[in-house]
Design a binder for this molecule. Sequence first.
Ligand SMILES: N[C@H](CCC[C@H](N)C(=O)O)C(=O)O
Length: 261
Amino acid sequence: MQLPFYKYQGTGNDFVILDNRAGQLQLSLSQIHYICDRRFGIGADGLMLLNQLPGFDFAMKYYNADGRESSMCGNGGRCLVKFAFHCGLARSTYKFIAADGPHEAEIDGHSIVRLKMQDVTAINQHNGDMVLDTGSPHYVKSVVNLMDYDVFHKGKEIRYHSEFQPGGINVNFVEQLSDDEIMVRTYERGVEDETLSCGTGVTASAIVNYHNELGFNEVIVTTRGGKLSVEFERMPDGSFTNVWLCGPAEKVFEGSITLPE
Ligand SMILES: N[C@H](CCC[C@H](N)C(=O)O)C(=O)O
């Protein structure tokens, strides 16, 4: 079967996008795993279907590179909005549905995609680190000398910790660079490796590192794949709302792949 695809990346977190507005695609776990394989397939951290849904500009279905359907992907959502724009769907504000519910998104004059994330109502502690859900589950640990840190092994240890089974968790290591700037490296569940950036992880890490006790915060986040910014309001009850993940999302190439049956 010949399958047309589009390859996008958002600060180095890369995805295969399939246009499924006709609703015909039925891919198996092994087919998605094959497509995402960096040697035998196209290679990507994840795969997304652009689906149609009445009342919304589109619906997003997300699969990790392991072939399994997963929770919200922030960088993936931003790439899907850019793909919709490239498909001729020009909107001042995009509205779509993802695994964690409805999202708004905008493309600004500099081609930066701004994605509204779900509110964050709770941050839990675990051994002095932070655990929260920004559409996907995230563990956030502060470290020093982040670029020398063993993200893979330390991340894998936490990802498979009994405390977080059966679903597992994404693991973010954060270094404070200044009052409003952090650096983040992430071991991603379902990729089972460090990715060059993780949108829901960057969002979680920024929220944990708020600097204004109340009201508007903007945190600049440096990742190995580039810079993102996270805007949010901290409310008197300790929750976080009006959360926006902002950064570039670019098309890399398009093509077609022959899928084994
Ligand atoms: N691996 C994540 C989903 C993708 C998250 C990441 N790529 C993002 O940009 O948010 C999980 O299974 O929870």
